[in-house]
Design a binder for this molecule. Sequence first.
Ligand code: IPE
Ligand code: IPE
Ligand code: MG
Length: 238
Amino acid sequence: MAEDFATPKHIAVIMDGNGRWAKSKGLPRTAGHKKGAEALQLFLTEAERRNIKYVTVFAFSSENWSRPEDEVSALMKLLKQNLKQNLSKAEKNNVKYHFIGDLSPLSKDIVKMIKELEEKTALKDGLCLNIALSYGGREEIVFAARKLAEKVKAGEINPEDISEEVFSQNLYTSGQPYPDLLIRTSGEERISNFLLWQLAYTELVFIDTLWPDFRAEDFDRALLEFQKRERRFGAIKG
Ligand code: IPE
Ligand code: IPE
Ligand code: MG
């Protein structure tokens, strides 16, 4: 069967605009994050319906730790609630969870739930969901460089063995295809330190919808835009 280039295998999402959504409704920013979590559930249902194999969502960046303490703690509380819900649903759904980022600043109980969710779903063969949490793209690259330097120091590999492939095997997304499509909501047109290595040849689609308002129609529009793109990877169309 011919390969289906029209459907992205891997979609990355910068779920942005929760704060502005709340502000536009005269609500606290936290209300936007809560709605944002619901929008993610909807997005995942739509992704499964469209047979997308990999989804990577930006939930909380390394830089988001610098937000006011009350917003960070509200986000952590929401995260805990969501982890709990997903743990109880894990048996019956078919999602394989993988968390990417530096988990060390997170509380012990959150890390425990994350590990539990990853272990519980490790053998699922449905959607692979990467959740970027306390994640920074530059940091990920630094961590990979450090891991490789340690392997060289231990005499396990030689510096000349470090190829693009070997490097990518030391990133959080090791073994996964790179994203074909990146969707960022809220009208901002930047990467904000997301998947810097992995996005090298990804098609970028920026949409004005604020994340809590993201619906199936927005998904369709993003896919339609993706299908119009001609991916060349530096070559000339044959
Ligand atoms: C994205 O929405 C969610 C997180 C970064 C946690 P924002 O909170 O950035 O919302 P805006 O950009 O301020 O509207
Ligand atoms: C990126 O959004 C991070 C997440 C969506 C989790 P931000 O709102 O933090 O990014 P900037 O500050 O607008 O670049
Ligand atoms: Mg934002």
